[in-house]
Structures are given as structure tokens and as C-alpha cells.
Design a protein. Structure first.
Ligand code: C5P
Length: 316
């Protein structure tokens, strides 16, 4: 990262520097992509991205306690299928932070999951970001948020964004993030969560196989729309190059997008690699009406409303 993301005098990031003795609770949001341009495949197999990340108020929570080893427990829908071992991103994040700081990787971590799994909402990445922030606090490593974002980048493309939060431009493979200041406007979203998740690598592979040209150009129009704070203008500028691949793998998502538009959504798009569909609403009341309509249409497993932008992983 070339420029610091976090200024030292930013209150949001003012945290005690001493190791915590009691439990540390960290809350971390889900993300959607307001704009996702997928470029060519790089020699390392990743795709060059230009994306606008947006953190929304749908949260997972990690509690970190002192322990003699590194352990992970979980609660929440679908967590029974997730690994609790060394391949779990939470464990990998704690070990990466320990390796970087020379600290013993000892903590008892508990994850309370609400962000749907394999949904295109970066839930796994969010948990890794939360683990970094929680262990940093528990161990009193005193790393800066930029240092944490640097470790995050080694673990996954969108983890640095989940440390940052808000609305941000992502480049490289998505790990290079710079904040976009949107002047405090709250956007209202409705999410339609599918029964079954989609694998991100499979969606990227399908994107390549379809050989589709990128439809999302540079995000200039979107950035201007965010500044205008007019949802009708923003609606015209949401774009996701992975949507065609997600629809190819799950044709029924077309019906979900249409159900939202029929119910009056200002815009509908697949979130990241899917299969969650995201709808833009006028305001909180419109979002609630839209959510009720979508629920009644029975087009998906669950419907959620969420406001964005919200901060990234934070100690509570
Ligand atoms: O970085 P992360 O582990 O989240 O990426 C998951 C998968 O998504 C990668 O293994 C790759 O298949 C795909 N991906 C990609 N290009 C990116 C980001 C992710 O091809 N920029």
C-alpha cells in the first residue's frame, strides 16, 4: 500500500495499546460491490479488478479470550459445515498476526455468524479481518491499521477492505484499497439470500469461460453518483461484471432480480460473485416495503435490509 489509509488522529481508530485481560469483542460488517470491473487474468491466477466496495450493516462478531493454545468455536446458521481447523481463515489470520509480531498464537476465539456463508458478501473475509483486529487488541501488538491491512492482504483479496470499511476503491486483485468519502449519506439496501452458496473461484472461472467483455468500465459515473446522494442516480451506475457468470451458473437468480425490480427496487444486481441479490431502495421505509414484498414472493431463502456505509472491523 503506498498511502496510509488511516490517520493517527482518527478517533475511530483510537484503541488502547495495552494487551486486554478481559474478552475482546469485535464486530465486522458484510460488503457488497457497487461496481466490479473484472480485468485480465494475472500471472498469479488472480484477475485485475477495479471495484467499489461498500460495507453494510449486517454483522459477524468475534470474541477473543486469553488461552494456552489457539482454538475456534462458532455459532450461527450454516457454521456446522465450516472447518474449525488450520484452513479456517480466522485461524490463519490469528497465526499470520502472531508470526508477524512474534507473539505466541494463543487465543480462544468464538465466532457468532450472521453474514450468510458463500453468499458474495465476503463473510469469510470479514471474519479474518475481525480476527486480526481482535487478536491485535488481545495481544496488545500495537500495530497500525495499515499494518493490519498489510497482513490482511496476504490472506485474501477483500480482507483489507473489511479492516477499513466505509466505501472504498479496490484495485490490484482487490487488496489495494483507498477510502471514498461520501459525506455521511446512508444508502438503503435489501438483500435476497439464496438457499445455496456459490464458489468464488468457480464464478471467476465461468467469467473466463464465457469470454464476456467487461461491461463495467471505469467507476467515474458511480463515484459522481455517490457524491450526488440521489438513489435514482446511483441506481443507474451499479455494475457487476461477475453477474453474467453467476446467472449462467444459477439461471434462477434472474427471477430473483426481476422480483425485486417488480416490487419497485430502484436497481437490482448480484453481490460480488453471488448468489445474493442486492436491491437499492429509496429510503428506510421503501426498503422495509421492498423486503416484505420479496419475502412474500418466496423467491429466496431469506431477505435482509441493511444500511451502508458502516465502519470496518471494530472493537466493541
Ligand atoms: O482472494 P480470495 O482468496 O478471496 O479469492 C478467492 C478466489 O477468487 C481466488 O482463488 C480466485 O479464484 C478468485 N479471484 C480472482 N481474482 C481476484 C480475486 C479473487 O480470480 N482479483
Amino acid at each position: 500500500m503506498t498511502e496510509p489509509l488511516f490517520s493517527d488522529d482518527d478517533e475511530e481508530f483510537d484503541r488502547p495499546r495495552l494487551a486486554a485481560h478481559g474478552p475482546v469483542r469485535v464486530r465486522v460488517p458484510a460488503k457488497i460491490n457497487l461496481h466490479l470491473h473484472v480485468g485480465p487474468t494475472r500471472p498469479d491466477g488472480f484477475h485485475e479488478l477495479t471495484t467499489v466496495y461498500h460495507a453494510i450493516g449486517l454483522y459477524d462478531e468475534i470474541t477473543a479470550r486469553r488461552g494456552d493454545t489457539l482454538t475456534l468455536t462458532m455459532e450461527g446458521e450454516g457454521t456446522g459445515h465450516l472447518s474449525l481447523g488450520e484452513d479456517n481463515l480466522v485461524i490463519r489470520a490469528a497465526r499470520a498476526l502472531a508470526a508477524e509480531t512474534g507473539h505466541d498464537p494463543h487465543a480462544r476465539l468464538h465466532l457468532k455468524k450472521q453474514i450468510p456463508i458463500a453468499a458474495g458478501l465476503a463473510g469469510g473475509s470479514a471474519d479474518a479481518a475481525a480476527a486480526l483486529v481482535a487478536c491485535d487488541q488481545l495481544w496488545g501488538t500495537g500495530l497500525s491499521r495499515d499494518d493490519l491491512a498489510g497482513i490482511a492482504a496476504t490472506l485474501g483479496s477483500d480482507i483489507p477492505f473489511l479492516v477499513l470499511g466505509g466505501t472504498a476503491l479496490g484495485t490490484g486483485r482487490g487488496e489495494l484499497v483507498s477510502p471514498i468519502l461520501t459525506g455521511g449519506h446512508a444508502w438503503h439496501w435489501v438483500l435476497a439470500v439464496a438457499e445455496e452458496g456459490l464458489s468464488t473461484p468457480t464464478v471467476y472461472r465461468t467469467f473466463d469461460e464465457l469470454g464476456a467483455q467487461s461491461e463495467a468500465g471505469p467507476p467515474d459515473g458511480l463515484l459522481a453518483a455517490l457524491r450526488q446522494k440521489d438513489p435514482d442516480v446511483l441506481a443507474a451506475h451499479l455494475a457487476n461484471d461477475l453477474q453474467a457468470a453467476a446467472l449462467h451458473l444459477r439461471p434462477e437468480l434472474r427471477g430473483v432480480l426481476d422480483a425485486g425490480l417488480d416490487a419497485g427496487a430502484l436497481a437490482a444486481l448480484v453481490s460480488g460473485s453471488g448468489p445474493t441479490c442486492v436491491f437499492l431502495a429509496e429510503d428506510a421505509r421503501h426498503a422495509a416495503l421492498l423486503a416484505a414484498d420479496l419475502e412474500a414472493s418466496d423467491c429466496c431463502r431469506a431477505v435482509r435490509t441493511a444500511v451502508g456505509p458502516v465502519p470496518g472491523a471494530r472493537v466493541l
